[in-house]
Unconditional design. Structure first.
Lengths: 329, 329
């Protein structure tokens, strides 16, 4: 038997929690394909394996963490419902997880969020509450509401079950490819990055794990190298899933403990990586979903002749908006 | 042992040829994913399984037939080189197959073909010869050139090894899903359709096999129902891979023998199906690649509660052109 790693107050997620999440999620979320492209490999001078979470249910990895978290609530907690805040992929993920677990869900969303995102979230059966994001803090609103309603808050990343759920994407990748030399993962709040890094530490101890952020939202990179939590405020980047202001209480120590490098890429690099994947690999990926590939191709780290895993986090992007980004190339 | 089907002069392709092609192609072409979407299933009231040949090497199924044909040439034939005519996916497929088998390839292409298609074909190492498609017949030019050079002609569909190669897409689909109630396949010259239908006849004898054409290029549908070869001339449809003027000497009898129904869809139906697949399923597919899904959703055949296979034939489409199609929705 493999000895289990103890949970600590600082790092309350273990590899075993990812394994347990994988068992729980089996058959409810897609085991997404891992794809490669000889053209891409020739260009990179390396063997690149892309884990396609854009092909996941709801179009992003977020359903893994949300469904893991909701499934672990008691019947009593589920009866009181859950609450979250997000205008992005986590909102739809919690909404779908609510439907799958017969749990009432409420999502606090900025009043100015795109109608299509609100409709998609409501389409899965969630109740959407609009707030004024300039006047109010979504976290404070959520705490106040939860105190009244008894709803359980499922935050977008800083939650042990959410991190463990996201880590199943990394687990599946290693199960498919075997040990890799390097792994590149997008970083917003650090849920996906820390979960995948935790999987890497066990399954491929020598794998060099790299988090990738947009240049304009480099808080995690600065936090990682300084050792002190850094923040950004409403950064200007097309990678909307990585505009998160800071790492969490759980994800920051996990990133520090399990990640080897943090790098940043420009929006122009993101658009070029996206365009390659759409045009040559026939996959629709969102700007945030292109972070890891853009980081791989950025030249910031030596990837030559390495076996490289790349987490493609999602594919939720307005097609006309993407066409505009490509037209400006 | 399963008894083998005899080859006949009319139908010189047997199921065993598809099996043999699959062995030969293994490891050289992708075993493409089969994907499904709960949203799509809910909308269709059926279980839909999409075989993603858009994720195939060169972005379309055509490499299957081309590589099978080139691999079966003698060393002497390979030394003399091969010749084909196509401005589309078959051109790139023959070019790549030539590279993989160390065979010199020449492609006869209309002078007005898009520069990007010519470059892609040349990029794989083929020699491209332009011709005036208003003044000349590409088949005649090919025959004349081959008589001089000794090159072997590998036509886009009417060739036993090409049909057998394309049939491996259907074989893989049935191996993945088990017997299906229905199978929808795009039809241009009938290579993919007849190969997949032949696989269906053996692996799922009760499967209802349906060929799908664009309304404006309905020659195969008319041929199928009349029993006499019908033609179209340069039809006006966005499904450029299905503008083929007629079925072939091999594919027509095969389609008559193995296909159960032929239907047509409008360009507007194609754009709607494409848009759904791009937006919801995160896959880039070309107009021709959307034929089978559009046929499935057309309402022309009862699919309710059926297990349906759908061949997505390719994903080679200019991204800006696709954005224009979507903008007109």
């Amino acid at each position: 038997m493999t000895p289990t790693t103890p949970r600590t107050p600082e790092i309350p997620v273990r590899f075993e929690d990812i394994k347990a999440a994988a068992s729980l999620l089996a058959g409810q979320v897609h085991r997404t394909p891992v794809v490669s492209s000889r053209q891409l490999d020739e260009r990179a001078g390396a063997w690149l394996h892309l884990k396609c979470e854009n092909l996941q249910r709801t179009g992003a990895f977020k359903i893994r963490g949300a469904l893991n978290a909701l499934s672990r609530l008691s019947n009593e907690e589920r009866a009181r419902g859950v609450l979250t805040y997000s205008s992005g992929n986590h909102a739809q993920a919690v909404a779908l997880a609510g439907r799958l677990t017969a749990t009432k869900t409420t999502v606090i969303m900025p009043g100015g969020a795109p109608a299509i995102k609100r409709r998609a979230t409501e389409g899965y059966g969630a109740h959407v509450v609009a707030y004024d994001h300039l006047a109010d803090s979504r976290e404070r609103l959520a705490r106040e509401r939860a105190a009244e309603t008894g709803e359980t808050i499922i935050p977008p990343y800083d939650h042990p079950h959410v991190v463990a759920g996201q880590g199943t994407a990394g687990l599946e990748l290693f199960e498919h490819t075997g040990a890799l030399d390097m792994l590149f993962v997008p970083c917003g709040g650090g849920g996906l990055l820390s979960g995948c890094a935790l999987a890497a530490r066990r399954l491929a101890p020598n794998c060099h794990v790299v988090g990738v952020e947009p240049e304009a939202a480099d808080d995690a990179t600065r936090s990682f190298y300084s050792g002190t939590l850094q923040t950004v405020n409403n950064p200007d980047t097309i990678a909307d899933g990585a505009r998160t202001p800071y790492l969490g209480d759980i994800t920051f120590p996990l990133v520090r403990a399990c990640v080897d490098d943090m790098i940043t890429v420009s929006d122009a690099e993101l658009v070029r990586a996206m365009h390659f994947v759409w045009e040559r690999m026939k996959l629709v990926i969102e700007p945030t979903g292109a972070l890891a590939l853009a980081g791989t191709l950025s030249g910031k780290l030596d990837i030559k002749k390495k076996r490289v895993g790349i987490l493609v986090s999602g594919g939720n992007v307005d097609l006309a908006y993407a066409a505009q980004l490509f037209a400006a190339l």
